[in-house]
Design a binder for this molecule. Structure first.
Ligand code: NAD
Length: 353
């Protein structure tokens, strides 16, 4: 089968293979759509035992960014890059420089940021070679920097909207919320919910991290393998993707799934399984867009030489519930599951409806 007829290819506008002999850099830059503007999406630094896996990752993540950026109302398309690390997982300054040069040759068609395996320091190194990078260090209370707290803020708003939609409750006081993953996003979500009086159950494969968070917030910590079966109102996945497969969905004992992990549904059709169990699902790339809203605006302001207003970031993140409401409304009206409705909305926005 020709490469570009495979489902993952999905009419990508550009897929570039980068190799730099001197530094040993091997990377793939994938641009799914630039219909709405420069294609934005982070770079994943990862060791892939099979190079094919790197290609699949780049293509799927890149399309995901097209959908996410469109649904976030950003004037940006979607792209993603992967840097294929050796088995030792090491990256060098020369590799980062060569990667920055490769991005620069695209002249702004692709804009990078952090993803798994990348740090703010890596973005600073890349920024020495190209201006088409965001997620650069920023002072607290200003635009840019670590996207985690902004992602958490959007998820917090989204959970409140889901609780209102599904349970008819105004706020999360005494609502039982099970949080999977206590890192940058999950920890941030839990802290915001705790302030509103939610009853929290948290878990992490790092048990000490979960216990510490539970103690700080007055919640309960449970073992990582138990969290998906805990009786609760909301299950909030903020760790791994692909956890919502047939077996995982069967274990759930909740009314809502709303969390920040990317690619939560293992397969097409798993959204329908959630709907059959009357569990309301907040599509991941809609609810977790707070981080890209923050760094996307950082980039656009810098490009236009205009001042960046943190209140504009907060205002846009506060619109996430409206988008979720529109998806759930259409889902109620058409009987299609929310993930299917969201994908169709996103495709219309990028001119592929
Ligand atoms: P992080 O590395 O800060 O935290 C992840 C946490 O999950 C860690 O504490 C880790 O120990 C824990 N974990 C891993 N496997 C687990 C398991 N099986 N059960 C329970 N806990 C487990 O990462 P993060 O930035 O908080 O990102 C979390 C998720 O959100 C990821 O899927 C990421 O792709 C997604 N996401 C993050 C952002 C962002 O702004 N950081 C934006 C969009 C989506």
């Amino acid at each position: 089968m020709a490469f570009w007829t495979k489902a993952d290819f999905d009419e990508h506008e550009l897929v570039e293979f980068v190799h730099d002999r001197k530094s040993g850099l091997s990377a793939i830059i994938a641009i799914h759509s630039s219909h709405l503007g420069p294609a934005a999406g982070g770079t994943r630094f990862w060791h892939y035992p099979q190079a094919d896996e790197a290609m699949v990752d780049a293509l799927r993540l890149s399309r995901g960014m097209s959908y996410k950026n469109a649904m976030a109302g950003l004037p940006m398309g979607g792209g993603k890059a992967v840097v294929l690390l050796g088995a030792d997982g090491g990256k060098t300054p020369d590799m980062l420089a060569a990667f920055g040069d490769a991005i620069d040759t695209l002249g702004g068609r692709y804009v990078t940021a952090e993803d798994v395996g990348a740090t703010e320091a890596d973005m600073v190194a890349i920024s020495k070679r190209t201006p088409h990078v965001c997620g650069l260090p920023a002072e607290d209370g200003t635009v840019g920097g670590d996207p985690g707290p902004f992602t958490a803020m959007g998820i917090y708003h989204g959970i409140k909207a889901a609780v209102a939609h599904k349970l008819g409750k105004d706020g999360v006081k005494d609502v039982r919320i099970a949080v999977q993953g206590c890192g940058s996003v999950g920890g941030g979500v839990a802290r915001l919910l705790a302030k509103d009086g939610a009853r929290l159950i948290v878990s992490d494969i790092d048990a000490v991290r979960a216990r510490t968070l539970a103690r700080d917030l007055g919640g309960e910590a449970v073992a990582a393998e138990r969290i998906m079966g805990i009786a609760c109102d909301v299950f909030s996945p903020n760790a791994l993707g692909a956890i919502l497969d047939e077996e995982g969905i069967a274990r759930l004992d909740c009314a809502v799934v709303a969390g920040g992990a990317n690619n939560q549904l293992a397969r097409e059709g798993d959204g329908a399984l959630l709907a059959q169990r009357s569990i309301l699902y907040a599509p991941d790339y809609v609810i977790n867009a707070g981080g890209i809203i923050n760094v996307g605006l950082e980039y656009l302001c810098r490009q236009h030489g205009s001042p960046c207003d943190i209140n504009e970031v907060r205002r846009r993140i506060a619109q996430i519930p409206e988008r979720l409401e529109a998806i759930w409304r259409e889902s109620d009206e058409t009987g299609q599951s929310p993930d299917v409705v969201a994908d169709a909305m996103a495709r219309r926005l990028i001119g592929r409806g």
